[in-house]
Design a protein around this ligand. Structure first.
Ligand SMILES: NC(=O)C1=CN([C@@H]2O[C@H](COP(=O)(O)OP(=O)(O)OC[C@H]3O[C@@H](n4cnc5c(N)ncnc54)[C@H](O)[C@@H]3O)[C@@H](O)[C@H]2O)C=CC1
Ligand SMILES: O=C([O-])CC(=O)C(=O)O
Length: 270
């Protein structure tokens, strides 16, 4: 039988709490042992009904307790969680994937420590096909993201450029550029573009459009890949989560599926 892996989760919000609850229900091969939260009282209340209560520890201590460290916190604390996990040689599963792009030295560190960085598909789709295409010759990769204007509120790029979305009544293109710049300008909104870039042809060549679109109720991402061997066109329409409308409800489910793939005997998809 495959070895059971212990899991620690940084952040108990839209992603982390759902993932923690699912793990607590029992998932073969995985055991939730530790979580980290900003609001200790809220976290204690959220964990009250758990069958097996995980330890509530500071961010940097997750890596001491768990084989797998899932980061599900704001991008601002990404480096702290990532560095602790990778230094200890753990399996690090980031949600704030955009924060990885300017910190690719963490991949070199992981090479030295034996850690693995496993980027989940998250709120996106089709990264298996994009990775396969990238083994051949890819000419272009684009992603078009459409979110209800409220799902983009607070993005640094909008604040710096003084873009006010409160009165938007028709689709507005708010950003066009590469995935690296998109991730810097919209750290809480386009982690999907960062994951796509890492799966395919990198953050400089992966092109991103972000639309504030009052005609959509779902966070919608369309990927287009043109390669010698294949053409891909794929769309995902995510139901925004109640806790954080920027985050689609599929995200914790995708991370759970990713974690299962780390231990399961039968694994489907590349
Ligand atoms: N990879 C993907 O496809 C997706 C990634 N994301 C990203 O995942 C991350 C988490 O997203 P959500 O769960 O929706 O965010 P959220 O805001 O609902 O939850 C984050 C949690 O982290 C907690 N937190 C903040 N500072 C902390 C600290 N110092 N220590 C411990 N906990 C702390 C907050 O209190 C909150 O409970 C974000 O960076 C988000 O942009 C979101 C959606 C899709
Ligand atoms: O669509 C979503 O659920 C979230 C999203 O775009 C991201 O953070 O990349």
């Amino acid at each position: 039988m495959a070895k059971e892996l212990t899991v620690g989760i940084a952040g108990l919000g839209a992603i982390g709490l759902h993932l923690a609850r699912a793990l607590d229900q029992g998932v073969e091969g995985l055991k939730l042992v530790a979580v980290s939260a900003k609001d200790q009282a809220k976290a204690t209340a959220n964990l009250a009904g758990f069958r097996a209560k995980p330890a509530l520890v500071p961010l940097a201590e997750l890596a001491a307790l768990a084989d797998i460290v899932v980061e599900a916190a704001p991008a601002a604390v990404f480096e702290e969680v990532a560095t602790a996990a990778i230094t200890r040689g753990r399996i690090f599963v980031p949600s704030s994937v955009g924060a990885l792009l300017p910190r690719m030295q963490l991949v070199d560190l992981a090479r030295k420590t034996g850690a693995r960085i496993v980027v989940p598909t998250g709120a996106l789709l089709g990264l298996d096909a994009v990775r396969a295409a990238a083994e051949g010759t890819v000419s272009t990769v684009t992603i078009e993201t459409r979110k209800p204007p409220g799902g983009l509120a607070g993005a640094p790029y909008l604040e710096i450029n003084k873009v006010d979305l409160t009165a938007v009544d028709k689709p507005l293109l708010v950003f066009k550029g590469n995935a690296f710049d998109a991730a810097q300008g919209f750290p809480a909104n386009v982690n999907v573009a960062a994951a796509l870039a890492l799966a395919g042809i990198g953050p400089e060549r992966t092109m991103v459009e972000i639309w504030a679109d009052p005609t959509v109720t779902r966070n919608t991402h369309t990927i287009r890949v043109e390669a010698d061997e294949v053409r891909l066109t794929m769309t995902i329409e995510n139901v925004p989560s109640l806790e954080n409308p920027r985050t689609g409800k599929i995200t914790p489910l995708s991370i759970l599926a990713c974690l299962r793939g780390l231990t399961s005997t039968l694994k489907v998809g590349s």
